[in-house]
Design a binder for this molecule. Structure first.
Ligand code: GUN
Length: 292
């Protein structure tokens, strides 16, 4: 059997090109240029790299990008006040607060303070509730959306009856990706750090999504022959040469020979996350024009 490498970089480029056309249309028909404001608090180097990429790609597809950089000692009150101003500013369609936040700030209070209509991360309880209920109109978290697009790229649009095993139960990835795959009529298992017999559970998976944050965690003998493997992990490890290298949650080279298709790290899920953020920003801006 030939294993497919699922090219997230290419899929993200195709999605961005499609969105860029819609951005031009929205401007010419309704004089609306979608705008995204990203708020970053503190000095976490990885977060600054992610935000820089988001800003660059937002501009590249013709959207307006604003960045608000706040110092590590910013108070929660100040941040909530900034968000209220952004909520009330009609020129802002999407708001994203980069996570993690400094320890003295309550993440859930911040997420709740973003207007659900501008919550392009899809983390507000209103949006996660809509997703959970299978209601239309939710802004859906970006990484899970990207995962499902990549799964469908390999398996086609009909995922009915496939057994999806997700390792990880975070609000950002594990839980929402489970909801999306359930909507696609998969049988869904959410596994996590307390799951017993994890290798045996993973062996059941037609679709295996790894979102644990541990380098090379998923081994070849956990994977069913021909399975579709989606690796959400972004782990920084030190190589023998003393260099920093990005690796996923899946032992890529060993699993490659066993599975049917796999997303690489980097170049798999990562690029899709930003592309889906732009998709959500466009959706939020379209709502202002009362467009579906
Ligand atoms: N930090 C890591 N992933 C994400 C994400 O998807 N959104 C935000 N806001 N912060 C993150």
């Amino acid at each position: 059997m030939i294993t497919m490498n699922i090219d997230g970089k290419l899929a993200a480029k195709i999605l961005r090109d499609k969105l860029a056309i819609e951005v031009v249309e929205l401007k010419s028909r309704y004089n609306i240029k979608p705008s995204l404001t990203v708020v970053i608090v503190g000095d976490d180097p990885a977060s600054h790299v992610y935000v820089k990429n988001k800003v660059k790609q937002t501009q590249e597809i013709g959207m307006i990008s604003n960045e608000i950089k706040l110092s590590e000692d910013t108070t929660q009150e100040y941040l909530l006040n900034q968000l209220e101003q952004l909520n009330n500013d009609d020129s802002v369609h999407g708001i994203l607060v980069q996570l993690p936040l400094p320890k003295h700030i309550d993440e859930s209070a911040v997420i709740s303070a973003i207007s659900p209509d501008k919550d392009v991360d899809g983390f507000h309880a209103m949006n996660s509730g809509r997703l959970f209920n299978g209601e239309s109109g939710a802004l859906v978290p970006c990484t899970p959306q990207g995962c499902v697009i990549l799964v469908k790229q390999h398996l086609g649009n009909d995922l009915s009856g496939k057994h999806a095993v997700i390792i990880g139960r975070s609000n950002i990835v594990g839980k929402p990706v489970a909801m999306l795959l359930l909507q696609e009529n998969c049988t869904v298992t959410i596994a996590h750090s307390r799951t017993k017999n994890l290798p045996e559970v993973c062996q059941q998976a037609d679709i295996l999504v790894a979102a644990v944050g541990i380098a090379d965690f998923v081994k070849a003998d956990w994977v069913k022959e021909g399975a579709t493997v989606i690796d959400v992990g972004i782990n920084r490890i030190l190589t023998d040469e003393g260099k920093i290298k990005l690796v996923g949650d899946v032992d890529y080279h060993a699993v490659f020979d066993k599975c049917g298709a796999i997303t690489p790290v980097p170049g798999g899920v990562g690029p899709m996350t930003i592309a889906c953020l732009l998709k959500n920003t466009l959706a939020a801006a379209k709502r202002c024009a009362h467009q579906p």
